[in-house]
Design a protein around this ligand. Structure first.
Ligand code: PEP
Ligand code: MG
Length: 328
């Protein structure tokens, strides 16, 4: 079966009724391997900057970061690369930055850490903006935002980074650009703040891993409750659908970069909801594309209707199974 997916690796992701879906990569380390096996990809929808920080013994300097980001941006140029600012805390720890907490997933993580350490944040933003000079395919994304003040404070720091660089770079050959900025939707409170945020940011991307964790109050890394971590839970599906409808009415570009988009069952439901941009691990890309190329959006929408009114995830899984058998 794997060979059948690979055989279509250079065909575009278009549904049977002609809807183009953009499929992007989630990336962190080892980009060369990822790029080589993904002939047809629309860029990087999530570049996890912390993966590189986690492999080191100390914080990289601004110059080291610039070099690393430039490698990534140029490898995928002209396709977009969405670089997420440092998302540490929770399950992602740095040996050289001690965070000891009783409840790390509800503690100091993501944007909360970098806003408390503006020197780290500014260094990273400047490295990204400089790396993007002469390329222009950088988009910046903020992890774990849950309050409007965090969006405002992060945007202010981005302005500061940009203006300081403009002064430093006044006599350089390359112009620096102000990159597009987006937020991750992964804390439930963010779902109800979209009307406020839509005027402030350029795009948003759903982190379905954390969104599932926080909506269902199930630790994503705890084996004891792993069975309760269920992205096909009707509440999660309804939340994802609400995001799609709200973003459409606010004209805010939206995508999804959690693991759910890399499961073909999940991708089918997401496309039916209106998602046209899914970011996933390289190993999932050809399979998701293969499945989408064999289905019509209107049929997927019919399935979605049933799944949205299901009362539990078992029913949802059954509806999807029946659908796939009948559309085989
Ligand atoms: C997510 O939470 O869904 C996500 C994409 O980010 P991460 O898995 O890195 O927390
Ligand atoms: Mg996350």
């Amino acid at each position: 079966l794997h060979d059948r997916f690979e055989a279509e690796h250079d065909l575009p992701p278009i549904t049977l009724d002609g809807e183009r879906v953009s499929l992007l990569l989630n990336a962190g380390l080892d980009l060369s391997a990822e790029h080589m096996s993904a002939k047809y990809c629309d860029g990087v929808g999530l570049y996890r900057t912390e993966s590189w920080f986690m492999q080191r013994g100390q914080f990289p300097s601004q110059a080291e970061q610039e070099q690393c980001y430039r490698d990534v941006l140029s490898r995928y140029h002209p396709e977009p690369v969405v670089m997420r600012t440092l998302d540490i805390g929770g399950d992602k720890v740095l040996d050289y930055f001690d965070i000891e907490e009783e409840n790390p997933f509800l503690g100091w993580r993501g944007i909360r850490v970098t806003l408390d350490h503006p020197e780290l944040f500014l260094d990273q933003l400047k490295a990204m903006i400089k790396a993007n000079a002469g390329l222009g395919n950088l988009q910046i994304m903020l992890p774990m935002v849950s309050h409007t003040e965090e969006v405002d404070d992060a945007l202010l720091l981005l302005e500061q980074a940009y203006f300081e660089l403009q002064e430093e770079w006044a006599d350089q050959f390359y112009q620096i650009d102000k990159p597009e900025v987006g937020v991750m939707l992964e804390v439930p409170s963010s779902l109800f703040l979209l009307p406020e945020w839509a005027d402030k940011v350029d795009f948003c991307s759903v982190g379905s891993n954390d969104l599932t964790q926080y909506l269902l109050a199930v630790d994503r890394a705890n084996a004891r409750v792993a069975e309760l971590f269920e992205p096909y839970h009707p509440s999660v599906l309804r939340a994802l659908y609400k995001i799609a409808r709200d973003c459409q009415s606010l004209e805010l570009p939206f995508s999804l970069c959690g693991e759910l988009g890399g499961e073909y069952e999940g991708a089918i439901l997401l496309v039916a909801m209106g998602y046209r941009r899914l970011s996933m691990n390289i190993s999932a890309l050809n399979k998701v594309k293969w499945v989408l190329r064999r289905l019509k959006v209107e049929d997927m929408e019919e399935l979605l209707d049933k799944c949205l009114s299901a009362s539990n995830a078992i029913q949802v899984h059954r509806f999807i199974r029946e659908f796939l058998i009948s559309h085989n």
